[in-house]
Design a protein. Structure first.
Length: 202
C-alpha cells in the first residue's frame, strides 16, 4: 500500500503516477516492469519512488485496488442510468467495459494482469496480488442491489454466476475469438437467462 507521503501528494500528481504505472504494466507483465520507465513517464525523481511505495509489486497492488474502486463507482452509475434495473445495468456496464478494452493499452493491461498470476514468484506478493486481482470482477456492491434482488434466496450464488459469465466473455474477447458486438450480444443473452431463472426462484 502507498505511504502517507504518496497520499499527501496532490490528486494530479497521484493520478500521474498511477497513469504511468498502468502504461508500464500494459507494456509488460509485472515481473518485467521497470521502475525507471514509471518514474520517467510520471516525471518524478527515481529516488522519490520509494518514498511513495515499498516496491513495484506494492504499486501494482495499489493500482489494481484503485481501479477496482473506480469500477464499483461505474457500476453504480450504470444502475442510476438504467433507473435501478439491475440486469440492464449489468448489460450497460459490460458494454462500456468492452468498449474500454478496444483501446489496446487497456486490453493489454488486462492480459498482463492475468499473466502476472502465473509469473509472480514471491509467495507473499503472489498472495496479495491474487487476492487483489480476484476482487476486480467483484465490482457489484451488494448494498447497491435493489431490495427485490438483495432479499432473494441464493443471491450470492447468482452473483458468482454473473461474475463467471463476465470472466468468460471477457476472455473470449481479449483472445480475439469473438468481436465486440457478438460478445456483448452473448453476454446480454446470458444475463437474460440468469434473470429468468432467478426471477422464478422462491
Amino acid at each position: 500500500m502507498p505511504t502517507k507521503t504518496f497520499m499527501n501528494l496532490s490528486k494530479e500528481k497521484r493520478l500521474r503516477i498511477l497513469k504511468a504505472a498502468k502504461k508500464e504494466f500494459s507494456r509488460v507483465p509485472l515481473d518485467k516492469a521497470i521502475i525507471a520507465n514509471i518514474v520517467k513517464d510520471a516525471k518524478i525523481p527515481r529516488g522519490s519512488f520509494y518514498q511513495y511505495f515499498e516496491s513495484i509489486e506494492d504499486l501494482f497492488v495499489y493500482l489494481i485496488e484503485y481501479m477496482y474502486g473506480v469500477d464499483k463507482k461505474k457500476f453504480i452509475r450504470c444502475m442510476q442510468e438504467t433507473n435501478g434495473d439491475f440486469y440492464e445495468a449489468l448489460k450497460l456496464n459490460f458494454s462500456n467495459f468492452i468498449d474500454r478494452l478496444k483501446v489496446e493499452e487497456n486490453k493489454q493491461f488486462r492480459i498482463n494482469t492475468l499473466s502476472t498470476l502465473l509469473t509472480c514468484k514471491n509467495d507473499l506478493s503472489r498472495a496479495d496480488i491474487i487476492s487483489t486481482i480476484n476482487k476486480v470482477d467483484d465490482f457489484i456492491d451488494p448494498e447497491a442491489l435493489p431490495i427485490e434482488v438483495k432479499n432473494k434466496k441464493g443471491v450470492a450464488k447468482v452473483l458468482d454466476i454473473i461474475k463467471m459469465i463476465g470472466k468468460q466473455c471477457t476472455e473470449k474477447f481479449i483472445s480475439n475469438s469473438t468481436d465486440a458486438d457478438e460478445i456483448k450480444h452473448n453476454y446480454n443473452q446470458y444475463i437474460d437467462i440468469v434473470k429468468t431463472g432467478f426471477s422464478n426462484t422462491i
